[in-house]
Design a protein. Structure first.
Lengths: 292, 349
């Protein structure tokens, strides 16, 4: 699964890095079970491995357990929901039994995430620049002034025009695409190895979505960032990821390279997902891929 | 063609320079502009309020059937003396003209003199203001610290025993009037455990420790229900913000819990508590009559009370002017603070 024969994906440069065989595992999830307070199990033993530098897609309809799986990896499950079995290990460190202080240290510097609806994940009363600089000061120990100039640099690197101006704006003054770029800047500010993009482009219009996905692919290529892309949209996954795991009702029903899964789905549910998507243009992507 | 060249040449030169200057000063200027707008808007409300409220108190003084001239002269005054006295006091003029005259003088710093004691009103106020202000500021500080700490703790420990305890205590304190608290405090700290004086006042020049000992009981009894209100509002406000997505966002960035609570949640949840605190300020300054009476404090409240009972209109007017002024200043400060706390909500104010 870790060796990828179809390196020539939609993002060729990213795929080059992914093509190297025998890469070490960054994150491994083994038999993960997540249950609600009332005892009902929501995730029934999920297994997957994320090689360093790869981009892995988790796809499935809402409620299929992909977000809870990611939240478990981040140690931020909703109140009343907890991990009831299995292991999550990051570079060999077991995360499921980690004390709270260790989680705080780990987040931002090793693990990071961006979510759907970027506006709600930024404090509405603090300028976006100050929120970015705060992470730089707290997580990387930069002084106030240095954090500010580094923040402007980061905003610029995320493809935001007039970064000095953006720095001083409040979240309500920016568009969804700009906010998602800001959030990506915030999440990678302390140089984490793993970025989870949980429906990060879902609320954006198609053009902006493509730009943000391109940015994620760029970060993977230039900074060696490992990506977990969570989406209900196979088109998003196929644009960025080299492997994909299909979730359904709390289990992984199919896993493989993106090309395998898209071209020759084995599970009827995957087939159904793909058929549902054909009307919305994924068809074209599949044709392109099969021609190669 | 030449103009085009000039423009092309000037463009890159002017570009970075203005960008560098505009980059940091522009946003700072807009931040200052926001504050100025908030301040201006608050003053725009404050000035009419000041005029209307002083006019109403003036009218009320004028409408009472009390005749200060004969009161001052007593039984021995002849009608001619009373008429002369009325002229001295300006009582022979129509009410509106008297108000305008008073306003004109007040604007020039002349609040007149007491009709009975002849002491200038400004002088009496200057004597008593420090007493009222130190009690009010002390009570505010206690309300902010106690209300802040317990409100935040209750919000963070939502549903826990601490939260429930704070809810019970604040409900009790919120319903007990200040003078009951005052009497209870005197009973405990001046009678059972006589460590603090039961009343009176010394200026800070008599020793800070002594000053504090006289100040402690009145400030505490004045502050408790404000503290309870602040704690309740803060708990409710923060409990809501702690469930917001941006709190999860801050956790994902790996910020420490205390920082998330104190900067991210507090900033958005403190609005109602600040507003409530602002509403308590009039009570702490002008409305402290009862507490001032219980503790025999020579403050603005007791000055107003004595003057009002005696019908000493200039003193009542002067004291009210000062009280209203302080209340307006505090409401301006509260409005500016609210805008600063939540810039996104500035359109709601």
């Amino acid at each position: 699964m870790s060796t990828l024969p179809d390196s020539a994906t939609a993002v060729p440069a990213a795929a080059n890095a992914a093509g190297e065989p025998g890469r070490e595992t960054l994150l491994s999830v083994r038999g993960l079970r997540v249950s609600a307070a009332d005892g009902s199990e929501l995730v029934h033993g999920v297994d997957f491995e994320i090689p360093r530098g790869s981009a892995v897609g988790l796809v499935g309809e809402s409620g299929s357990g992909k977000t809870l799986t990611c939240r478990s990896v981040l140690g931020l499950l909703p109140v009343g929901v907890e991990v009831t079995g299995g292991e999550i290990s990051l570079r060999g460190t077991e995360l499921t039994a980690l004390p709270a202080a260790e989680w705080v240290r780990l987040r931002g510097t090793d693990l990071a995430a961006v979510f759907q609806d970027p506006a709600s994940y930024l404090n509405p009363s603090i300028t976006v620049g100050a929120q970015l600089a705060e992470v730089l000061r707290v997580k990387t120990g930069l002084a106030r002034r240095a954090a500010r100039s580094r923040a402007v640099e980061l905003l610029h690197a995320m493809g935001l025009h007039r970064p000095e101006h953006v720095y001083t704006q409040y979240p309500f003054e920016l568009s969804g695409g700009m906010l998602q770029r800001v959030l990506i800047a915030v999440s990678i500010a302390a140089e984490p190895e793993l970025l989870i993009a949980d429906e990060a482009t879902t609320a954006l219009d198609v053009t902006v979505q493509a730009e943000v996905l391109e940015l994620l692919a760029e970060l993977r290529r230039d900074r060696g960032l490992t990506l977990i892309v969570v989406s209900h949209d196979l088109a998003v996954i196929s644009q960025v990821c080299d492997t994909v795991h299909v979730f359904r009702e709390g289990s992984i029903v199919e896993a493989g390279t993106t090309r395998q899964v898209l071209r020759a789905p084995r599970h009827p549910y995957t087939l159904e997902l793909i058929e549902n998507h054909e009307r919305f243009g994924i068809d074209r992507v599949r044709k392109q891929r099969s021609q190669r | 063609m030449t103009t085009l060249n000039v423009r092309d040449g000037a463009g890159p030169v002017a570009g970075p320079a203005t960008a560098a200057a505009g980059a940091w000063s522009g946003p700072v200027l807009t931040a200052i502009a926001r504050t100025v707008v908030a301040l201006g808007r608050a003053l725009l409300i404050a000035v009419p309020v000041l005029l209307v409220s002083t006019f109403i108190t003036f009218m009320l003084g004028g409408l009472t059937k009390q005749d200060p001239a004969s009161l001052v002269l007593g039984d021995s005054g002849t009608p001619a003396d009373v008429a002369r006295m009325r002229e001295v006091f300006g009582l022979d003029k129509p009410l509106l003209l008297r108000y305008l005259l008073w306003l004109w003088r007040a604007l020039h710093g002349d609040l007149g003199s007491s009709w009975f004691t002849k002491i200038p009103v400004a002088q009496s106020i200057a004597q008593r203001l420090p007493v009222s202000l130190s009690v009010a500021v002390g009570a505010l500080l206690i309300a902010v610290v106690l209300g802040g700490v317990f409100g935040i703790l209750a919000a963070v420990r939502q549903g826990g025993w601490l939260d429930r305890t704070v809810t019970v205590i604040t409900s009790v304190l919120g319903t007990v009037p200040g003078f009951i608290t005052a009497i209870a405090l005197i009973t405990v700290f001046s009678l059972f455990v006589p460590v603090l004086p039961s009343g009176g006042w010394v200026p800070p020049s008599a020793g800070l420790l002594k000053w504090t000992s006289f100040l402690l009981l009145p400030t505490v009894s004045l502050s408790l229900d404000a503290a309870a209100d602040v704690a309740r509002q803060l708990r409710t406000g923060m409990a809501g913000t702690l469930h917001e997505n941006y709190i999860v966002g801050a956790q994902v960035r790996g910020l420490p819990g205390w920082r998330i609570v104190l900067t991210h949640a507090l900033r958005n949840g403190a609005g109602p508590a600040v507003a409530v605190l602002g509403m308590h300020v009039p009570r702490l300054i002008g409305g402290a009559v009862i507490v001032e009476t219980v503790f025999a404090l020579p403050g603005i409240g007791s000055l107003t009370k004595d003057a009002a009972l005696g019908g000493d209109v200039p003193v009542v007017q002067g004291a009210l002017l000062v009280t209203i002024g302080l209340v307006l200043i505090s409401s301006v400060l509260v409005n500016v603070l609210l805008v600063k706390l939540r810039p996104a909500a500035r359109r709601e104010i």
